[in-house]
Every structure is written in C-alpha cells, then in structure tokens.
Design a protein around this ligand. Structure first.
Ligand code: CO
Length: 216
C-alpha cells in the first residue's frame, strides 16, 4: 500500500474514535471556533502544538514556521496574529521554541543551506545581539540551547512591537509568553518572560497615538 494512504486510514480511525467517545464532538466544533491561545511554534514534526499541550481541536490557533520566527514583514504571520487577537480575541500568544532546533543550529553555522538562508538570517541577527553571552559558552550544544531561549524571547518581543499587539493592549488583556519545549523529555519550560503592556518594549517601538479602533 502507498505510504500516504496510512494518513487517510489513520484519519478515518481517529474520526471514528472521536465520535465514539463524544458523539457531538464534530457538530460542536463545526458551529464555532473559540480558541483562547495563539501558538507560534517551529515547523519541526516533533513539536505538534495540540499533542504536547494535551489539548483538543478547537483549543489553539496555530502558526508554525522554521524556528518559530516573528518577522515583521511576514504577511502570513501578521494575518494569523491579527485574526487571532482581533477577531478570535485570544488572551494569550505563546512563542514556543524547542531545544535542538535544526533552524537555530543551522543559523549558527557559516555555510549555506540553500533557500532557507534568508530566513535563518533573522536568527543570525539574534546571535549577534547576544554575541558576548553566546561566545562565552564553549559547548556548542549548550550554546545552541541558549540561542533557542534567546531567540524565543526575541520573537516574543517582536510580537510586542507589532501594531496588532499594541492595539490589542488598548482593548483587551493580552499576554505574550516565551516557552521552550524539550525534545528529550517532552516538557515545556516557561522562560518567565511575559509582555502584557506597551511599557514592556523600548519606546522607539511604541505607537503613542494608536487608538483602540484604529485599522492596522
Ligand atoms: Co525547530
């Protein structure tokens, strides 16, 4: 049998099991989407948002890209972010990186990996920003783990710099979190970094004249 058919067969078994467990499961979800969280994670196949948080379809709005980046010109991310905070009114945005991230490791190398290089450039910028701290860590594995943490914090800060988040802060409570998932033990570490007000970012990034009803 062709391999991809495993996915379709798996899907049938999953849907059947869901209905057996809860006959109204799909009917309920079909009617409305009301997630409380936006998850921005890595595309890595080993870090599926719902599974690692033991949540169900309907619980988390998800955006994933290589190395969980928040690039301020990324229309895809900005569209997801705006829809999540403005329409769905999520209360928490979580940037979740993971130790052993291939994207972060590649960004630490001085060689080309092809088309992805331009994307990884954003991580190199984070490296340079924290050059002293990172270069002081001799063990490469530990250094990349620290860069994973610093990168997640940087991306959470990038979220706070957006007009979308700053406008949301004028309307609702919104917290931006920085987490890191451990591939080795399945545990998520909360880096205890929370951005929830405009004073959390450098003044140069603040839009002091932004109104709660402004279009972005
Ligand atoms: Co990764």
């Amino acid at each position: 049998m062709e391999k991809h058919l495993n996915l379709l067969n798996g899907n049938k078994r999953w849907a059947l099991a869901k209905v057996q467990d809860d006959p109204q499961f799909f009917t309920r979800l079909q009617a409305i989407q009301r997630p409380e969280y936006l998850w921005i994670g890595c595309s890595d196949s080993r870090v599926p948002a719902n599974e690692v948080t033991n949540t169900a379809p309907g619980d988390i709005f998800v955006h994933r890209n290589i190395a969980n980046m928040v690039v301020h010109t990324d229309m895809n991310l900005l569209s997801v972010l705006d829809y999540a905070v403005t329409v769905l009114k999520v209360k928490h945005v979580i940037v979740c990186g993971h130790y052993g991230c291939g994207g972060v490791k590649a960004a630490m190398e001085s060689q080309s990996f092809g088309f992805v290089d331009s994307w990884l450039r954003n991580i190199k910028d984070v490296y340079v920003k924290h050059f002293k701290e990172l270069e002081a860590i001799a063990d490469i594995e530990s250094r990349s783990d620290r860069l994973v943490e610093l990168n997640v914090i940087e991306q959470a800060r990038n979220l706070a710099k957006t007009k979308i988040v700053q406008r949301a802060w004028k309307n609702n409570e919104l917290k931006v979190h920085a987490w890191v998932y451990g591939l080795n033990n399945g545990i998520i570490k909360d880096l205890d970094v929370v951005y929830n007000e405009v004073s959390d970012i450098d003044s140069i990034y603040r839009y002091n004249n932004l109104q709660p009803t402004d279009q972005i």
